[in-house]
Design a protein around this ligand. Structure first.
Ligand code: FAD
Ligand code: SF4
Length: 462
């Protein structure tokens, strides 16, 4: 701990956000980084606690306390304070394969567990992490870790979200030949096709895929491993197969919409938006431009739909939240807003959320959606209804193709990743259900260690 009084002298300063009315005009990232001098002060706020809860990653009564990756947070905060960003990078990469993703989208359990936050404001761990990795990429100081020697083992990773990528990265560094198989055109999973560009720029995802390719990982995209002949080939030709296919099966929106045009699931809407806005394609899912949009649900996915609809130029946007407002008030009795709700209020003058509200009936003319009736009997104009009501589990077709047992998600022994099928393993949302990027990376690392042990009889990946 370089500066014992740092937490008393300096206040917390987060990366600033661009003003809502300005940022809704484009798809650019909405964070503005702070100066290096200020970043060093933020590192100096860390108290280097005897028991650093920030890196504990414990689970208690279903809640997470501290970083699930056990990032060596006090160590790199100290190095940031000294301006020693290279050393900070080497410590950060020991535990986190992709700090550029977590540094942008992680809910930062570390900060919620930070002791500094008990009497004041927690250390800006999340922003500090991002500054270390972005600086390394910018200054071309990212160490390329090509294995000095390859084992003769071949591993297929199905699915290129953060779980599959983390497993592939670990196994490649260990010296196994890794091929990632992805059904879509671009690798990255929800990082690429779900989380919108302003939260996680697609160039950042592509940059990591290119980096991993340079280090020796092979990516094969546009291949659906749920096809029985592909699954059989993978089982025949590889020494281990990892299924990291996510859990994107949507939960029903709770109202019959057969034959009504204008109703979509959130993942289809967001996927289409990335294709249209970042990849220059014309997807089947329409843009929200000029439309009265209603989004059912709350959480990350619903908010990303609100923010995407605003950027596409919707006529109005309303978010229906099933639970009462009281459930969302903070200790001070105020209603917190996330980035998308702030943007909607800046554009339309009101918070987009309607609480204790759900869709009771759809109103349509000639098969085209024109409005909805809520459970309270209110009629709301709507020509684009988006269901962001959560996820019902993983894809059954992949499980069937590989013969793995599932119960909403793929089943394994507790704390293990091997399935009922010899040499087939699983991790990420496909294993734990819809979760978070940081947990997907943590599971990707854990499954890599288990696979390595399976292949070699021992592992040094733990
Ligand atoms: C809209 C949205 C926003 C989110 N925002 C956040 C956030 O801000 N912060 C956060 O921490 N978490 C967020 N999450 C959750 C987080 O993105 C997921 O928990 C995480 O991506 C799971 O990683 P994964 O690798 O297990 O699966 P995924 O990221 O879902 O990747 C699975 C991959 O498998 C591929 N695949 C599936 N089937 C096949 C097949 N048959 N053949 C080949 N490939 C296949 C898919 O195409 C996909 O690329 C968000 C989720 C959504 C949906
Ligand atoms: S990965 Fe998340 S919980 Fe871990 S240090 Fe980074 S922001 Fe904190």
């Amino acid at each position: 701990m370089g500066k014992p009084t740092g937490f008393l002298e300096y206040s917390r300063k987060e990366n600033e956000l661009r003003a809502p009315l300005e940022r809704v005009k484009d798809w650019n990232e909405f964070y503005l980084p702070i100066s290096e001098e200020e970043r060093m002060k933020q590192g100096a706020r860390c108290m280097n606690c005897g028991v650093p809860y920030c890196q504990a990653g414990m689970q208690f009564e279903g809640k997470t306390f501290g970083c699930p990756l056990h990032n060596l947070i006090p160590e790199w905060n100290d190095m940031i304070m000294d301006g020693n960003f290279n050393h900070a990078l080497s410590r950060l990469l020991k535990t986190n394969n992709f700090p550029e993703f977590t540094g942008r989208v992680c809910p930062a359990f570390c900060e919620q567990a930070c002791i500094c936050g008990i009497y004041g404001q927690p250390v800006t761990v999340h922003n500090n992490e991002l500054s270390i990795i972005e600086r390394a990429f910018e200054e071309k100081k990212m160490p390329r870790r090509c294995p000095p020697q390859y084992s003769d083992k071949k591993v297929a990773v199905v699915g290129s979200g953060p779980a599959g990528l983390a497993a592939a990265d670990q196994l490649n560094h260990r010296g196994h030949s890794v091929t990632v198989i992805e059904k879509y055109e671009y690798a990255g999973g929800i990082l690429m096709y779900g989380i919108p560009n302003m939260k996680l720029p697609k160039r950042v995802v592509q940059r990591r895929i290119e980096f991993m390719t340079d280090e020796g990982v092979s990516f094969v995209t546009g291949v659906d491993a749920a096809r029985p002949e592909i699954a059989q080939r993978l089982l025949r030709e590889y020494d281990a197969v990892l299924l990291c296919c996510g859990a994107e099966k949507p939960r029903e929106i709770g109202v019959d919409h057969t034959g009504v045009k204008g109703v979509y699931y959130a993942m289809d809407f967001l996927h289409g938006a990335v294709e249209r806005q970042q990849l220059g394609k014309e997807p089947a899912v329409p843009s929200a431009e000029g439309k009265a949009v209603v989004i059912i649900g709350t959480g990350n996915t619903a908010s990303d739909c609100v923010a995407t609809a605003l950027r596409q130029g919707c006529r109005s946007v309303i978010q229906l939240v099933r639970r009462p407002m009281g459930d969302y008030l903070n200790a001070a009795g105020a209603l917190p807003q996330d980035y998308a709700q702030q943007e909607a209020e800046a554009v339309f003058g009101v918070d987009p959320r309607r609480f204790s509200a759900s869709v009771a009936e759809l109103i349509s003319e000639n098969g085209e959606l024109t409005g909805i009736r809520t459970n309270a009997g209110e009629t709301i104009p709507c020509d684009l209804l988006i269901g962001a009501t959560g996820f019902a589990g993983c894809a059954e077709d992949v499980c069937a193709a590989f013969g793995v047992a599932m119960n909403r998600t793929v089943t394994t022994e507790p704390e293990h990743y091997q399935t009922n099928v010899e040499k087939v393993f699983t991790a990420g949302d496909m294993h734990r259900g819809q979760s978070l990027v940081v947990w997907a990376i943590a599971e990707g690392r854990a499954v890599a260690a288990e696979v390595d042990e399976y292949l070699m009889g021992y592992t040094n990946l733990r």
